[in-house]
Design a protein around this ligand. Structure first.
Ligand code: HEC
Length: 137
């Protein structure tokens, strides 16, 4: 056993803490775990910042529709949505197909959007998501 390694350990912990503090200080907040799922499964259509694409794909950032239909988000995401909807005053009618996603990913994703897109102080549980999914049409 190399004894000098034991002396280095405390420094690496200090280093990790320093990197963490640096991240929070430069980004303002820690990346939400749901952000990764958003980037992988939604950003291609809805945009990196939830800005949408013209009149084809509705935005998600600060939208009245998703906030008013918050309880339906699990179903909208998992089963898709295909009707004429009005989002922040603009009409959209392209279909969105259901997304292949696990219950845990869905929970993190909704919590990411609640915080970063909708500015809601709301945090849902995986049980809540499961309950909502029972009532999908
Ligand atoms: C292939 C493109 C595509 C992908 C991928 C996609 N969407 Fe959509 N989404 C749409 C379209 C198009 C609509 C409009 C549907 C309609 O008019 O019925 C929509 C509508 C929505 C709505 C309701 C309208 C609004 O803006 O509030 C929400 C919420 C939503 N999508 C969330 C998501 C989330 C979260 C993901 C990732 C898991 C995702 N979508 C992935 C195309 C997509």
């Amino acid at each position: 056993m190399k004894k000098w390694l034991n002396y280095l350990a405390p420094f690496s912990i200090v280093g990790l803490i320093a990197i963490f503090i640096w991240n929070v200080a430069t980004h303002g907040q820690i990346d939400h775990p749901g952000k990764f799922t958003y980037e992988k499964k939604c950003a291609g259509c809805h945009g990196d910042k939830g800005e949408g694409i013209e009149t084809l794909i509705p935005p998600l950032y600060a939208v009245d529709f998703a906030i008013q239909n918050f309880d339906s988000l699990p179903c909208i995401i998992k089963k898709g949505i295909n009707r004429t909807i009005v989002v922040n005053g603009i009409t959209y009618e392209q279909p969105m197909y259901g997304v292949e996603i696990s219950q845990v990913e869905l929970t993190n994703l909704i919590n990411f959007m609640a915080r970063d897109f909708f500015s809601l102080e709301r945090e849902v549980s995986s049980d809540w998501v499961k309950e909502q999914l029972k009532s999908c049409k």
